[in-house]
Design a protein around this ligand. Structure first.
Ligand code: ADP
Ligand code: MG
Length: 825
């Protein structure tokens, strides 16, 4: 366990502030202490803080690197995880510290160079280095080395731990290559202008190096070391009012402040004593989730808190120092991360067995204590695994609930849409009724008794009406000559005849043409209504499609529920398996204890015999004791080896499985050697002259041996049972993992389908809205037209009547004239 290393760095005052604020800083730095002074140089007792290092304004990046980060970087090359990050308000010098300039490079560039220099110095190991560069902008993770990788997700893996899926990792061979990558990544960073820092970064950036190494010789038997080095430049905390941010800047500021607040919460929780410590909210932000191992986990971590010396930044500076004080209380437990190959595992276990054997020869109690400690650790690990599975299940359940909710919402939307369609159908029927009525009326003649105002047939009325204006003579059957009409029918007569209604004939002729399509009205109306009908039909079919989609989603959802239940069943099976597993060491301990009892009995018997008389058999008994001791020590050492194996791997580890096999074989060998020794002893005993006493002792010895053999058989049976159990739990775990994966994929595809159908629904809804609007416009237009037609027909009929009466008048006048003057005939 080691404490996080915390340092504070005060940046020099800006030229403007040093001229306006009389030049003397309020923050005084003495050794590793920073304190706040009043302007008259009296210290304020409540504002004095001590840290691992405090760098004043004259400090250089080289100095910061040397004192603060160098050790962590070197440890990273050795296989320890390492993290360095800069925290502080905007413009306090975080980027200056982490990135720096060409003349005074920051921590990142110095680390990169140092890593490669260090590697050069280690001649017996070979290294593989991968780098990635990401930013967290508005709580979204973007890849700075591949701009197309946006909105990346964080995942957790049993072996890999927390990782960002899809992040580009470049394999690099020298420092210059990394520096170029850093430059190209820098171009993709989000910068913004706020009042406080013209080039202030609006995202947290994480530069990550994964350092893998293994021994050059015996590479097949050596473990591979993997360490992760995170170098983080956080976005600055800021008070919105002070930065004058608005719009996009304001949103960014809110995200930045939120994630820094969560970082503060995490630090707060971690700084509490481990007894008081409750849940650590790592999952509340992407930043804390990624930095999880660096905060209270397996990493060597240093934090550099930067403060601005100006008087108007005092509150922020105090806040930063409080953050730093809390961070100082965090302890981490860094250890070398090794991946063991089978050969390396064997080699290591061999060493451990030897070590244990040495210990066994020393004190038994000590070893047993250690074993018990290991066992309890193992139990703890199983329990943790169980907890992890439980939370994973809970998460899955939560997600399923969300999906259910989503499907319900979709159903509701579809129902709403259906209602809309029904309404529009109703309106459409109304309009169809209207159209049919209109058509019927259009076709009936003027004297139709339907009660609807008599309208002449449209198809014939319109051309005849227009023609009547220009070529009246063509209608000589019922109309007077056009010339005489021009003389007689003046405006006043029209007014009189039309009962005050003065139709503007030009307008009558042109109005329909302006307002309608060039096709005849009835045809246009029918076409329009057909279009509407078609649209409604389309909408209906789309809704049907959506309903089908919804059904299929429902089916998928049901399947998922079924899968989940199955998964639950399997998890409980696995738990049962684990319970059995937990009992294995206990049972083995019992067996070993029994074996020891037997062994003690043998020794006691031997001692009694030896005290009574010295027989050649006694020597043989010593031999048997040796064999028994070897059997027991083998059992014990193998047993501890298994426990170590359990500690190193999970239930499904192959090496662990192999250990059981080794134990079984080893026990078998020991037993067969025991049997052959016993046979040899028998032969020796047979070749000697046996007294009655010797025979009795021999009998006793034989019975002891058979007890031992029985114990061995029992042990072997237990082992094979355990082996089966292990195999079964390994298989079910594998299945479980596959199913979880499958479920995740299913869920993702469901998410995609749901979002697609939501989009489609939106489009349909807007289409529908447009169609409804069009329908309303059409209805309004028709009403207007109907009104006009009424007026036209009224004018037309009155005009026809007047023409008829005029015609009759002329006729009667003509008749009169012919009767008066028969010559005219
Ligand atoms: P932050 O990243 O915290 O927002 P910067 O690192 O961009 O702030 O620093 C703001 C300004 O202050 C920059 O112009 C930078 O050059 C300057 N600065 C910061 N720290 C120092 C320092 N220790 N020495 C000299 N100049 C500094
Ligand atoms: Mg910055």
């Amino acid at each position: 366990m080691e404490k996080i290393c915390v340092a504070v760095r005060v940046r020099p005052p800006t030229p403007e502030s040093s001229s306006s604020e009389n030049g003397s800083s309020l923050w005084k730095v003495e050794d590793n202490r920073i304190s706040l002074h009043k302007s008259l140089d009296t210290p304020i007792s409540t504002a004095s803080y001590a840290f691992d290092h405090v760098f004043d304004e004259r400090s250089t990046n080289a100095c910061v690197y040397e004192l603060l980060t160098k050790d962590i970087i070197h440890a990273a090359v050795e296989g320890f995880n390492g993290t360095a990050f800069a925290y502080g308000q905007t413009s306090s010098g975080k980027t200056f510290t982490m990135t720096g300039f060409e003349t005074d490079p920051g921590i990142i560039r110095r680390s990169v160079r140092d890593v490669f220099e260090r590697i050069q110095m280690i001649s017996d190991r070979e290294f593989l280095i991968r780098v990635s560069y990401m930013e967290i902008y508005n709580e979204e993770i973007n890849d700075l080395l591949a701009v197309e990788n946006q909105r990346l997700q964080i995942h957790e893996h049993l072996e890999r731990g927390v990782f960002v899926a899809g992040l580009k990792e470049e394999i690099v061979s020298d420092a210059e290559q990394i520096l170029k990558l850093l430059d190209s990544g820098e171009v993709n960073r989000h910068f913004g202008e706020t009042n406080m820092n013209v080039h202030s970064s609006r995202s947290h950036t994480i530069f990550r190096m994964v350092i893998e190494s293994r021994g050059k010789e015996n590479s097949s038997t050596d473990a591979i070391r993997v360490s992760v080095l995170n170098l983080v430049d956080l976005a600055g905390s800021e008070r919105i009012a002070k930065t004058g941010a608005g719009g996009v800047r304001l949103t960014e500021g809110k995200y930045i402040n939120k994630s820094l607040m969560i970082l503060g919460n995490v630090i707060n929780k971690l700084s509490e004593s481990s007894k008081l410590r409750a849940h650590i909210p790592y999952r509340d932000s992407k930043l804390t989730r990624i930095l999880q191992p660096a905060l209270g986990g397996n990493a060597k971590t240093c934090i550099i808190c930067t403060i601005a010396p100006e008087e108007h930044h005092i509150e922020e500076s105090k806040g930063t120092l409080q953050f730093a004080s809390r961070a100082k209380r965090i302890t981490n437990c860094a250890q070398i991360n090794e991946i063991l190959t089978d050969a390396a595992l064997l080699k290591r276990q061999k060493l451990e067995i030897e070590e244990l054997q040495m210990k066994l020869q020393g004190s038994h109690a000590e070893v047993l204590e250690q074993e018990i400690l290991k066992l309890s650790n193992q139990m703890l690990k199983y329990e943790l695994e169980c907890e992890r599975l439980k939370t994973q299940l809970e998460e899955e359940r939560g997600k399923q609930k969300e999906q259910e909710q989503c499907i319900k919402e979709q159903q509701l939307k579809i129902e709403n849409l259906n209602n809309l369609v029904t309404n529009s159908d109703f309106k459409k029927n109304q309009s169809e009724d209207f159209v049919s009525l209109r058509t019927r009326d259009g076709r009936c003649n003027v004297n139709d008794s339907s009660g609807f105002p008599g309208t002449p047939c449209f198809e014939s009325a319109q051309p005849s009406f227009v023609v009547a204006r220009s070529n009246y003579s063509a209608l000589s059957d019922f109309s007077p000559m056009v010339d005489s009409l021009g003389d007689v029918a003046d405006e006043d007569t029209w007014t009189k005849l039309n009962k005050g209604f003065v139709p503007d004939l030009d307008q009558l002729q042109f109005t329909p043409a302006i307002k309608r399509q060039p096709t005849p009205l009835t045809a246009a109306t029918t076409e329009c209504s057909h279009e509407n009908q078609k649209e409604v039909e389309d909408l209906k079919s789309q809704i049907e499609l959506l309903t089908n989609e919804k059904d299929s989603l429902q089916v998928k959802f049901n399947e998922q529920v079924f899968q989940n239940n199955k998964l639950m069943g399997e998890i409980s099976e696995l738990k049962e398996g684990m319970l059995h597993m937990k009992e294995i060491p206990k049972r083995l301990s019992e067996s070993v204890a029994n074996g020891k009892e037997v062994y003690k009995n043998v020794i006691v018997t031997m001692k009694t015999l030896m005290a009574e008389k010295e027989f050649p058999t006694a020597k043989l008994l010593f031999g048997v004791t040796g064999i028994t001791t070897s059997l027991l020590s083998t059992l014990e050492s193998q047993f501890s080896m298994i426990l170590d194996g359990q500690k190193a791997g999970s239930i499904v580890d192959y090496p662990f499985y192999d250990q059981w096999e080794t134990l079984r074989v080893s026990l078998k060998n020991t037993a067969s050697s025991l049997v052959s020794d016993a046979q040899a002893m028998n032969e020796i005993l047979n070749s000697h002259d046996k007294g009655q006493e010797t025979a009795a002792m021999e009998e006793k010895l034989k019975s002891e041996l058979s007890i031992l053999a029985e114990r061995y058989n029992e042990l072997e049976k237990e082992l094979s049972l355990d082996k089966q159990l292990l195999k079964a739990s390994r298989e079910s775990h594998g299945r479980l993992e596959k199913e979880v994966q499958f479920l995740k994929e299913e869920r993702d595809s469901l998410d995609v389908a749901i979002s697609q159908s939501t989009q489609r629904l939106r489009v349909i809804a807007s289409d529908k809205e447009n169609a409804l609007k069009d329908l309303n416009v059409e209805v309004k237009r028709r009403k207007e037209m109907e009104e006009e037609i009424k007026q036209i027909s009224f004018a037309f009929s009155s005009r026809q009547k007047s023409l008829m009466s005029f015609h009759n008048e002329i006729k009667s006048k003509m008749q009169k004239l012919t009767t008066q003057n028969p010559k005219l005939k």
